[in-house]
Design a protein around this ligand. Sequence first.
Ligand SMILES: Nc1ncnc2c1ncn2[C@@H]1O[C@H](COP(=O)(O)OP(=O)(O)OP(=O)(O)O)[C@@H](O)[C@H]1O
Length: 288
Amino acid sequence: MQPLIEFKNVRKSNDDFELGPINLSFEPGTITALVGKNGAGKSTFFKLLMNLVSPTEGDIFIKGQSILGENEDWKKKISYQPQSLNGVNSFTGKELKKLVSHYYPTWDDDLFTKLVHQFELPLSKAFGKLSQGVQKQLSLALTIPRDTEILLLDEPTAHMDIPTKQILMDCLVDWMDRGDKMILIASHQVEDIRKLADYLVLFQKGKIVGNYVKEELVAQYKRYWLESSLSAQPLPGEIARKGERLIISNHPLETEAHLRKENQRWLDAESLDLEDIISIVLNNERKG
Ligand SMILES: Nc1ncnc2c1ncn2[C@@H]1O[C@H](COP(=O)(O)OP(=O)(O)OP(=O)(O)O)[C@@H](O)[C@H]1O
């Protein structure tokens, strides 16, 4: 299957920041979360993909078409919700909808009306006079109904109350059922990632440190409480220990095989929270 998006050896250098090299591709039918600390490069990744900033090296393809060429047809296949909308403060929601819907041949007006109703958006008020959370909701209501094959969401649930978050999650799940679509979502909200994402791309200071299937990543980390004290020697797979009887492993099969061989029993074993796993991977990467 042809990927919807391909990054081929992409690098971007800003004053004191280097992003890349990025070699990634994204298939239809997938939701991928971009995860990393503040300043790790997630928004720059989106800006590169929208050709709002130019790569220093490499190329990006949408359905096989380079976004760097003269032909800009690809823009109608991709919707982007940036962290904040600039230059629109004096426009009302109604005016913004007219502008946006005109550009996208796939615009779904019923979906827009549904989101306006669910988010209770005041369409006659100037964008700049809305609260941050409502601005975000309006921005989403102007983005999702473009109904393109690719949807890019940069921190969609920042400043969002809990019931509205739930509406958005349900909307995105329904939206994926519409066909061969994909979503890239940059988020610091582990709950969003847990609920939505199939894949995780982890960023650390401009480098991609891993591209994981979420379920496989979660299955890879386990915490064990052992019946008796551990020897000082680290166990196979061990990446951390607390006290004398608690260890964390990122190779549970190897760890368990070793414990059985040594007749060391464990009283309990459990998977780690996604939040803990992300912290471990990013902190280990920082140390490395
Ligand atoms: N226009 C710019 N000119 C120079 N440097 C920039 C520009 N935009 C971003 N940067 C730098 O690029 C780096 C990555 O920023 P980016 O916004 O992509 O990170 P992020 O992962 O999205 O962060 P956050 O989670 O805080 O949104 C930062 O060091 C930032 O200062």
